[in-house]
Write a protein that binds this ligand. Structure first.
Ligand code: FMN
Length: 147
């Protein structure tokens, strides 16, 4: 399996201003989203890996998701899928809000949602079971993709 990791934090990802140029042309904002959208179009699977900030995705991730509006007008040409790795400091964190955001993204892009992994309580540290869980997630994800 070939994969690429894109670290969003150093990238320039401007906020969607709803100009809707993407209905008929490329996005009017010239930044890193131009090539990220191309990568997404050529991918079979996406994995969103992010910490939880105030019960939601960090603003940079939300900026990226908002900029996926072009997919509203031109869906992916093939059925791709999406999964997620969500990490939260508090043990009692509710991941529902983020999962709703991922659901909305999947409707717009016609992505199949696959099981993800939710890791809560990292403020108390992580132990081997966290890494074991991530390893299991990775192998299961690869198996599901190859099915
Ligand atoms: C701005 C900010 C907001 C956060 N909000 C939450 C939150 O709502 N719930 C929670 O459980 N943890 C919250 N956290 C803790 C992070 O989810 C947690 O530290 C996570 O492990 C960070 O992952 P990282 O080490 O990969 O950056 C927040 C952290 C920051 C910096």
């Amino acid at each position: 399996m070939q994969y690429e990791t894109i670290d969003l934090f150093p990238l320039r990802i401007g906020h969607c201003d709803a100009c809707i140029q993407c209905r008929s042309d490329v996005c009017s904002i010239d930044d890193d989203m131009q090539w990220i959208v191309q990568r997404i179009r050529s991918s079979d699977a996406l994995v969103l890996a992010c910490p939880i900030y105030f019960n939601n995705v960090p603003s940079k991730v939300k900026a990226l998701i908002d900029r996926l509006h072009p997919f509203w007008f031109e869906s992916l040409s093939k059925q791709a899928c999406i999964s997620y790795i969500l990490v939260a400091g508090r043990r009692s964190t509710n991941f529902l809000g983020v999962k709703e955001v991922i659901k909305a993204m999947s409707y717009t892009m016609n992505l199949r949602i696959m099981d993800g992994i939710e890791i809560a309580g990292t403020d108390d540290g992580v132990d081997q079971s966290t890494y074991d869980g991530l390893y299991l997630f990775g192998t299961r994800f690869e198996d599901d993709l190859n099915r």
